[in-house]
Design a protein around this ligand. Structure first.
Ligand SMILES: [Zn+2]
Length: 336
């Protein structure tokens, strides 16, 4: 059990060793009540609010443009943190935005623009189709594999397995797979579950940063170069038209460097005029020229706020030479 005073002291001590050039970038996806989604990707609003309170108390939460400018001048507060939320689901506006405002904080929202136009992303089609499939449909056949959907549990695990399989297909193949799925389940009634243009404008006007996250959320490494470039460019242009300001930051979908995107995509992002781009690889964001277009992020998974804060403070240090010993311990969760 870590007491409040112990926490305060430990985080303060650790923050003394922080850098003036690098900062932690938290990466959230969903904030919503009663979720069936994988727990690490979705937080209940009360827990997110609690994390915001602790972040405010122990760290310097900066907007991305602010952190970026200060780090390039090596003037960052040593305990700097930036909040980012990927994809653009409706809970960004319904829960994240009001909670940030309540706490006087800002964040960056990376938006996949297909969701703005359609109201959902490809993965929502899979889950809705299976959830709404008539009870006489007992299984789905896809690429020679049979996915059982004859109970609530099997529906849940088949949604997860099919989503994982279809995620690693190029966008065109994904569409074919989803058509094959819908031929078996019937057309589901789609619920609108994405932010809309109006909400994005409100968020931008209230000081939130809007970033691009492609159109269809593809694994860029699986697309041909023209298609990959179009995905990146089009999301930037669409978002700029909506908010009436330049989109400076980009986040790669899925985001693992050398697996989901490569140096060729880094070059595209640079050429398209972005200032910097984010991966989902774990670490700190260091704004050195050679790292600008694959900045790392890190989100502690601890539900206990004291542990959350300690892990975040350690993350800020873990890439520094004297603290490398902590690296695997702090970020052990991902490699295990
Ligand atoms: Zn994403």
């Amino acid at each position: 059990m870590i007491t409040a005073t112990m926490l305060e002291l430990s985080v303060r001590c650790l923050n003394l060793f922080g850098s003036r050039q690098s900062f932690s970038v938290l990466n959230y996806h969903r904030v919503m009540p009663n979720t069936d989604l994988c727990s690490e990707q979705a937080l209940p609003p009360e827990l997110f609010a609690e994390q915001l309170r602790h972040l405010k108390q122990h760290f310097q939460v900066l907007s991305l443009p602010e952190a970026f400018a200060l780090s390039q001048r090596q003037q960052l507060p040593k305990n700097s943190v930036v909040i980012t939320i990927d994809d653009g689901f409706a809970d960004c506006f319904d829960y994240v935005f009001p909670l940030l405002q309540q706490h006087g904080l800002t964040a960056t929202f990376f938006i996949s623009t297909a969701g703005l136009n359609e109201g959902y992303l490809w993965e929502n089609q899979i889950s809705q189709a299976i959830q709404q499939a008539p009870s006489q449909v007992q299984a789905i056949e896809m690429l020679g594999v049979s996915y059982q959907i004859d109970s609530a549990d099997s529906r849940r695990s088949s949604i997860a397995a099919l989503t994982e399989q279809i995620k690693y297909q190029p966008v065109a193949t994904r569409r074919t797979s989803i058509t094959q799925l819908l031929e078996q389940t019937g057309q589901p009634k789609m619920v609108h579950q994405f932010v809309n243009a109006d909400q994005l404008r409100q968020m931008h006007q209230a000081g939130m940063t809007i970033g691009a996250h492609t159109v269809n959320h593809p694994i860029l490494a699986l697309e041909n170069p023209e298609q990959a470039r179009l995905e990146i460019a089009q999301s930037k242009t669409e978002l700029e038209q909506i908010i009436g300001a330049p989109i400076e930051f980009f986040a790669y979908p899925n985001g693992k460097y050398q697996t989901d995107f490569t140096d060729a995509h880094i070059e595209m992002v640079r050429e398209l005029g972005f200032t910097a781009a984010f991966s989902t690889d774990w670490g700190v964001a260091e704004t050195r020229a050679d790292l600008l277009f694959r900045l790392k992020r890190f989100t502690p998974w601890d539900r206990d706020p004291a542990r959350f804060c300690l892990r975040l403070a350690l993350n800020n240090l873990a890439d520094r030479s004297h603290f490398k010993i902590f690296q695997s311990r702090v970020r052990q969760h991902v490699s295990s």
